[in-house]
Design a protein around this ligand. Structure first.
Ligand SMILES: Cc1cc2nc3c(=O)[nH]c(=O)nc-3n(C[C@H](O)[C@H](O)[C@H](O)COP(=O)(O)OP(=O)(O)OC[C@H]3O[C@@H](n4cnc5c(N)ncnc54)[C@H](O)[C@@H]3O)c2cc1C
Length: 43
């Protein structure tokens, strides 16, 4: 069964959490919801 993770906010923390979660479980389906126009890509 697919595991889904929804992260609210695409600033510094959101993509960092996504990257770390994906490292821990590469099979995760991750969706980041950002209210603004831009998402941080540093992570
Ligand atoms: C004036 C100022 C200067 C700073 N300078 C530096 C610096 O030079 N170097 C440094 O390392 N740090 C700096 N910081 C700190 C840094 O900006 C924060 O620590 C960091 O951005 C926090 O990241 P965050 O992801 O927790 O929050 P945020 O960056 O605020 O990201 C949260 C995101 O969630 C989104 N969001 C909120 N509500 C919703 C919603 N309901 N639905 C969808 N999306 C939503 C927002 O649009 C935002 O993109 C500065 C902070 C300030 C205020």
């Amino acid at each position: 069964m697919a595991k889904n993770l929804v992260i609210i906010g695409g600033g510094a923390a959101g993509p960092s959490v996504a990257a770390e979660a994906k490292r821990g479980d590469p099979s995760l389906n991750i969706t980041i919801v950002e209210q603004g126009e831009h998402v941080s890509y540093a992570a």
